[in-house]
Design a binder for this molecule. Structure first.
Ligand SMILES: *Cc1c(COP(=O)(O)O)cnc(C)c1O
Length: 429
């Protein structure tokens, strides 16, 4: 496949946009080459500026769980746009999507909409600090909660891909209030609580980690965190920006049967438009302005186009009773096929999967935290990435990312992908 036009467009972009991209994860720095410029996408496929068709395993990093250009969502956006695109005044559709989200997700009474997952997590932590009147938070190494200052301490996703898990520009004052624990290591969490009793406002976690590759919580880990938070009077914040509406209608809370105090959303909840949200029980949410003292606001929050896209997405998910079964079956099929070809070609690997989140690590040892995730062989990953791309299969250009499976994928697409992996390593053999 040729990427001449993409390369040209990238060269032009680099002159006026830092690194040519508006979000670092889109860059090809860790795999080499230049990013692919998309012209359009339909269902499970991307069509790039050079006329190549690619099977898409990123799906806008999660939102397109029903496929690109999903007709009901597109139509809802078009119809709303004709009525005006932003008012800065309340609209009925905000209540509609709030009611639906509250009915689908356990343990929440109220929800507030923002414009990104970053904003959702940033606001959730401010709310937790205001509510508990405490300053410190606990986060896990390798977890990503958006790019606000408090979270760029040993952060995952692009932050680790590009070697800035601790970003310059975050003050020491801010950094000292973020305490770090190891994923799946309860002792590391206990030690922080014991050393800082009465100081921890919240513990924030990706209930299934997805930004250091996919890492499931060990059995009982989330339950134990719940118990510790309750014991120390801290709020348990589930960052469900990735897992929300992806692992189940009610997200990870439903899947694992563990109740969080605050839940954050992004990605799927916006149906492909810029939406984030955070939610909790009434007593916590009513700590927010204008009822309570914790300030949080947004000119475009609850934007009608974004709400139309999100509402239609959630309605589609809610009424599709087999959706999560189909996603589970498709992703399990992919997992089995990948295991077979990697095994046959003697490639060291570990595959982690929860529902439609899956990732391949090029290391034979179990991957259960940031350190073990970082052991993967990046040279093999590069070969994997470019070998797949050459055959029209697009995965994230970083070994630290999860694949996001969409229901638009057919079994033919999955077979094609499994064969493509075989081709990559046969030729390498
Ligand atoms: C993507 C992501 C975020 C950040 O969301 P943005 O919309 O990119 O700001 C936060 N937390 C998790 C778990 C994510 O996957």
């Amino acid at each position: 496949m040729l990427y001449q036009r993409s390369s040209q467009l990238f060269a032009e972009a680099e002159k006026v946009i830092p690194g040519g991209v508006n979000s670092p994860v889109r860059a090809f720095k860790s795999v080499g080459g230049t990013p692919i410029f998309v012209k359009k996408a339909v269902g499970a496929y991307l069509y790039d500026e050079d006329g190549n068709k690619l099977i898409d395993y990123i799906n806008s990093w999660g939102p397109m769980i029903l496929g690109h250009a999903y007709e009901p969502v597109v139509n809802a956006i078009i119809e709303k746009a004709k009525l005006g695109t932003s008012f800065g005044m309340p609209t009925e559709i905000e209540t509609k999507i709030a009611e639906l989200a509250v009915s689908m997700v356990p343990n929440i009474d109220k929800i507030r909409f923002v414009n990104s997952g970053t904003e959702a997590c940033m606001s959730a932590v401010r709310l937790a600090r205001g509510y508990t009147n405490r300053e410190k938070i606990i986060k896990f190494k390798g977890c990503y909660h958006g790019h606000s200052d408090s979270f760029l301490i040993q952060a995952g996703s692009g932050a680790v891909t590009f070697g800035s898990p601790n970003s310059p520009g975050v003050t020491q004052g801010t950094a000292k209030d973020t305490l770090l624990a190891n994923y799946n290591d309860l002792e590391s969490v206990k030690m922080l609580f014991e050393a800082n009793p009465n100081e921890i406002a919240a513990l924030i976690i990706e209930p299934v980690a997805g930004n250091m590759g996919c890492i499931p919580p060990n059995k009982g880990f989330l339950e134990d965190l719940r118990a510790l938070c309750t014991q120390y009077g801290s709020l348990l914040v589930f960052d469900e920006v990735m897992t929300g509406f992806r692992l189940a209608r009610g997200g990870a809370q439903e899947l694992f049967g563990v109740a969080a105090d605050i839940v954050t959303f992004g990605k799927v909840i916006g149906g492909g438009l810029p939406v984030g949200a955070f939610a909790a029980r009434t007593e916590i949410m009513d700590y927010l302005a204008p009822v309570g003292p914790v300030y949080q606001a947004g000119t475009l929050s609850g934007n009608p186009l974004a709400m139309a896209a999100g509402l239609t997405m959630l309605q589609s998910i809610e009424k599709d009773l087999d959706l999560y079964t189909r996603l589970e079956e498709k992703t399990a099929y992919l997992e089995k096929g990948l295991r077979n070809v990697l095994f046959q070609n003697n490639i060291n690997h570990t595959i982690n999967r929860v529902g439609s989140m899956i990732s391949v690590f090029f290391d034979s040892k179990p991957v259960f935290d940031f350190e073990t995730a970082a052991n993967g062989d990046n040279e093999t990953f590069k070969k994997f990435f470019h070998g797949l791309l050459a055959q029209g299969v697009y995965i994230a250009p970083s070994a630290y990312e999860t694949w996001f499976i969409t229901d638009a994928l057919t079994y033919e697409d999955l077979d094609f992908t499994i064969n493509a992996v075989n081709t990559v390593f046969q030729n390498a053999g």
